[in-house]
Each structure stands twice: as structure tokens, then as C-alpha cells.
Design a binder for this molecule. Structure first.
Ligand SMILES: [Zn+2]
Length: 161
């Protein structure tokens, strides 16, 4: 049972609990399908989730993957992508694909402003508003403003393997 404490870090992000499993922890979850008596389905169930697993795995210096409950009575855990700030703190983000409206280049971006990310957080409006104070990054290709709020961007074509 020491598996539990070793493989599942409990972290507070915006005052809300986020579980950050180790690699072994994810393996255990995949096998069990539940964590603390709540389903982790659909964290592994769809193509988008698998894409996020792979992406975060390829960008381990910049992102982490966790689980959160979108409310204390939520029946299941949801997957949460966390951007690692320089300060060591974690920022909740959605990974999205965008196309620059000026040069047409496609990028993966990290967007911290979506309401869903802050469900279950006590001061969620405040946490959500705080996300909008991040400096926005611009198109890595041409420097134009991106069509979506982004605190991080990388050209989609760049493969890291
Ligand atoms: Zn561009």
C-alpha cells in the first residue's frame, strides 16, 4: 500500500486538490480504473486524452499531467494538464491546436483561461481571472497575435522524437 503515497503526489493548485501520479502511478490507475473510489474514466478513454498523454510525455520539462475533481461530489476524476512556471508553481492549462491567422502556421498552445479548468476550486472566479493576467505569447513563426489566449506555443510540425 506504500504504492499510494509514493506514486500519487497531492498538490494544491489555486487552492484545489490535484493528484499528480508518477509514471508507475498512471500504470496502476490504468489497471484499476479508479482512484479513491472514484472512476478515472474517461481520463484514458478517448483519442484526445491519449494525445495529451503523449504530448506531456514529450514535454516533461514544461508540463505535467494530473487529475482533479470538478466539484466535491463529482463522480469521476478529470485529466488536467499543468504548465510548470519558472517559479516552480503549476498553472492549469488546456492544450489546443491553433492556426495563425497571419502566416497559416499551426501550433500547439497552452491556454489557462478556460472556465472548466477551475471547476471545484473555492475561489474559481478569482483563479480564472488571474489566468488572464499572464503575458500572452505570439505566433512563434511570424510574431503575430494568436487567435486564442496562449501562455506557451510550439509549432505543430516540430517532432521531438
Ligand atoms: Zn504566424
Amino acid at each position: 500500500m506504500s504504492d499510494l503515497s509514493q506514486n500519487f503526489s497531492h498538490v494544491l493548485v489555486d487552492g484545489g486538490l490535484v493528484i499528480v501520479p508518477s509514471e508507475k502511478g498512471w500504470e496502476l490507475l490504468r489497471h484499476r480504473g479508479t482512484f479513491q473510489n472514484r472512476s478515472i474514466y474517461p481520463a484514458f478513454a478517448n483519442r484526445m486524452s491519449l494525445w495529451r498523454f503523449n504530448f506531456v510525455g514529450d514535454h516533461a520539462n514544461e508540463f505535467e499531467l494530473g487529475l482533479y475533481l470538478p466539484g466535491s461530489s463529482a463522480p469521476r476524476w478529470l485529466l488536467l494538464v499543468l504548465f510548470k512556471k519558472d517559479s516552480g508553481e503549476l498553472q492549469r492549462v488546456h492544450l489546443e491546436r491553433v492556426t495563425c491567422s497571419k502566416c497559416g502556421a499551426q501550433h500547439v498552445i497552452a491556454n489557462p483561461t478556460l472556465v472548466d479548468l477551475y471547476l471545484g476550486v473555492t475561489n474559481r472566479v478569482e483563479a480564472n481571472n488571474r489566468a488572464f493576467r499572464w503575458p500572452r505569447v505570439r505566433c512563434p513563426n511570424c510574431g503575430a497575435e494568436l487567435p486564442r489566449f496562449a501562455i506557451w506555443a510550439e509549432p505543430l510540425t516540430r517532432k521531438k522524437n
